[in-house]
Design a protein around this ligand. Structure first.
Ligand code: NDP
Length: 324
C-alpha cells in the first residue's frame, strides 16, 4: 500500500485526508517512484480549492517530487530502477509515498543535489528559468520588478536575475521579508503595493521597468501595468490573491503599447528536449552557487494541511518541503 494526501471534494485545508491507496503498477512508458521529498507549491492550493480542476475525484494533490525509481514499465529505456530522479508539472499526484508517472517527465537528479533540495527547486526553479530566459530575456543592466520576492519562485528569481546582471526591485509584505529578499539579490525592496508605480518611478528615476513578474494577480495587476515603461512586458504568472478579472485590452494601448502574457511551466517544458534543457540550466545555476535553494519550512507529508495553512497565510518564505 501507498500513503497519500487525497481530497474527495474542493475546499479548505480540512479536505486533505491521509489515506491508504493501492500501490500502482507502472504501465508502458511509466515509472514507479518512491518519494524521498515532495515539493509544496502555490498551485497545490489552487487544485485544493477548485480554482484549478482535477480530472477526477478523489484526487491526490501535488506537482513535484524527488526520489528513487523502484520499477519501470515496458518501453522505458532512459530511466532504470535505483535512479535518483526529480520532476515537476502534472498530472497531479505527488503527495504520496509512491507514485507512477510518465518516465519522460523525469530528470535524473545530479549527485550534488540532495532529495529535499531537488523537491524544493524543480517547479519553482524551472519557472524562474523560463521566465527570465524565455518569456522575457532579461539583459544585464536592466531593472526588473519581482512580486512576492521572498517567496519560493521569488527568491530564485531575485538571485538568478542578479546573477544575469539585472537590478532587481522586489515587492514584499513585511520588513522581515524585505530583509530576506535583499539577502538574495533584491537591490531595492518595496513593502506593500499601494503606491507601487510611484515607488518604481522614484527608484528608476522615472524610467519605469521593461518587465514585471507578477504572481499575485488580482490585487497587483493594475499597479504592475502602471509600473512598466512603454512597450513593457507584463508577465502575469500566478493568482496568489485571486485571478485577474476580465479587462478591456485597450488599457494596454493607453498605458504604452504594453505586452501581456500569462505563461505556464507546462507549455515551456511540454517537449522533452525543453524539459531537459530547462532542468539542466537550473542544475547548473544551483551547483555553481549562483542560485541557492532555501528550504525554509519542512512538514511531514501527513501534515500537508498545516503547510497549506502557512502558505496561504503568507507565513512561509523561500521553499517548503513535505517529507513522506
Ligand atoms: P510563494 O512562496 O511565492 O507564496 C505566495 C506569496 O504570494 C506569499 O508568501 C505572499 O508574499 C504573496 N501574496 C500576495 N498576496 C497574497 C494573498 N492574498 N494570499 C497569499 N499570498 C499572497 O509561492 P510559490 O513560490 O509556490 O508560487 C508563487 C506564485 O507563482 C504563485 O502565484 C504560483 O501560482 C505561481 N507559479 C506559477 C507558475 C507558472 O508557470 N505560471 C509556476 C510556479 C508558480 P508577500 O507576503 O510578500 O506578499
Amino acid at each position: 500500500m501507498t500513503k497519500a494526501i487525497r481530497i474527495h471534494a474542493y475546499g479548505g485545508p480540512e479536505v486533505m485526508k491521509w489515506e491508504d491507496v493501492p500501490t500502482p503498477d507502472p504501465g508502458p512508458g511509466e515509472a514507479l517512484i518512491h518519494h524521498e521529498a515532495v515539493g509544496l507549491n502555490y498551485i497545490d492550493v489552487y487544485f485544493r480549492t477548485g480554482l484549478y480542476k482535477s480530472p477526477s475525484m478523489p484526487a491526490t494533490l501535488g506537482m513535484e517530487g524527488a526520489g528513487t525509481v523502484i520499477a519501470v514499465g515496458a518501453d522505458v529505456t532512459d530511466i532504470a530502477p535505483g535512479d535518483r530522479v526529480a520532476y515537476a508539472t502534472g498530472p497531479i499526484g505527488a503527495y504520496a509515498t509512491e507514485r507512477v508517472i510518465a518516465a519522460d517527465r523525469l530528470v535524473k537528479l545530479p549527485d550534488a543535489i540532495d532529495f529535499a533540495t531537488g523537491a524544493a527547486m524543480m517547479l519553482q526553479g524551472m519557472t524562474a528559468q523560463y521566465l527570465l530566459r524565455r518569456t522575457y530575456r532579461v539583459q544585464p543592466g536592466e531593472t526588473i520588478l519581482v512580486h512576492a520576492a521572498a517567496g519560493g519562485v521569488g527568491l530564485i528569481l531575485c538571485q538568478w536575475a542578479k546573477y544575469l546582471g539585472a537590478t532587481v526591485i522586489g515587492v514584499v509584505s513585511t520588513e522581515a521579508k524585505a530583509a530576506i529578499a535583499q539577502a538574495h539579490g533584491a537591490d531595492h525592496v518595496i513593502i506593500g503595493h499601494d503606491h507601487l508605480a510611484a515607488d518604481v518611478r522614484k527608484i528608476t528615476g522615472g524610467a519605469m521597468v521593461p518587465v514585471v513578474y507578477d504572481s499575485v494577480g488580482k490585487d497587483t495587476f493594475m499597479h504592475s501595468l502602471d509600473s512598466l515603461s512603454p512597450l513593457g512586458m507584463m508577465v502575469i504568472y500566478g493568482n496568489a490573491s485571486g485571478p485577474v478579472p476580465p479587462f478591456d485590452v485597450g488599457i494596454l494601448a493607453a498605458k504604452g503599447s504594453l505586452f501581456l502574457t500569462r505563461p505556464t511551466l507546462a507549455t515551456y517544458t511540454a517537449k522533452r528536449a525543453d524539459l531537459v534543457a530547462v532542468a539542466g540550466d537550473l542544475f547548473d545555476a544551483v551547483i555553481s552557487g549562483a542560485v541557492k535553494i532555501r528550504v525554509n519550512q519542512t512538514f511531514p507529508l501527513a501534515h500537508a494541511a498545516d503547510a497549506h495553512i502557512a502558505l496561504e497565510a503568507r507565513q512561509t518564505t523561500g521553499s517548503t518541503v513535505l517529507v513522506p
